[in-house]
Design a protein around this ligand. Sequence first.
Ligand code: ADP
Ligand code: MG
Length: 253
Amino acid sequence: MAKIIAVTNQKGGVGKTTTSVNLGACLAMLGKRVLLVDIDPQGNTTSGIGINKADVVHCIYDVIINDVHPKDAIADTAIPNLKIIPATIQLAGAEIELVPTISREVRLKKSLHLVNHMFDYILIDCPPSLGILTINSLTAADSVIIPIQCEYYALEGLSQLLNTVRLVQKHLNTTLQIEGVLLTMFDARTNLGIQVIEEVKKYFQQKVYQTIIPRNVRLSEAPSHGESIITYDPRSKGAEVYMELAKEVISYE
Ligand code: ADP
Ligand code: MG
């Protein structure tokens, strides 16, 4: 059975998509069977891993709204062990369309249950909100990875996120855990980054990954080539740190 991890933080631009794509790719390179689930209507994971949205026949929207079998929505990527259920802009309507439906919070959970046995890891790239799509993700997941950008106000909004996690634990998914907190876009040239690391470690303690993701321009270039860092520039610092993170994630299996 796969371990299902939601990569989540309602703040945009903190590294959710970069982490989903590159952690997924590195886990796959290490021999794990990985499914990426793009549940952000922006579909950045989808395009970032090289899927042309115009060619998508079934996306995650069809799976959670139209009861399409998730197997029929799974697409290949350039990395053999790495598959994806893509998102298209269609998904933007889902927040509203799900409101009147029965068991709207457990739709993704039920769908992923059907393909769980095919993978070792399922990584869900969440949208930048705490709406029904994120609730579906937290309900489907065994655990969450929370990326936090090393910048001012890093901890802002986190109490809201943790409160949502607690509500989901209470009402929908009692076994949901925090897999780890990931510090991203660290800039070693500033004191600020070091302060943020200390602050986050004080707050989350041993939940913080030892691997810290630095700012690396190759990481920001890779998506426009439709590639993960591990194929785009395997010798870059970005590839090195996401490979380290993948090993750290595996070590907690
Ligand atoms: P989110 O999914 O949380 O909105 P993204 O992963 O899309 O965040 O990252 C936001 C932007 O920052 C993107 O343009 C991405 O390429 C860039 N980025 C993310 N992580 C890094 C990094 N470690 N170094 C440099 N750029 C990064
Ligand atoms: Mg994103």
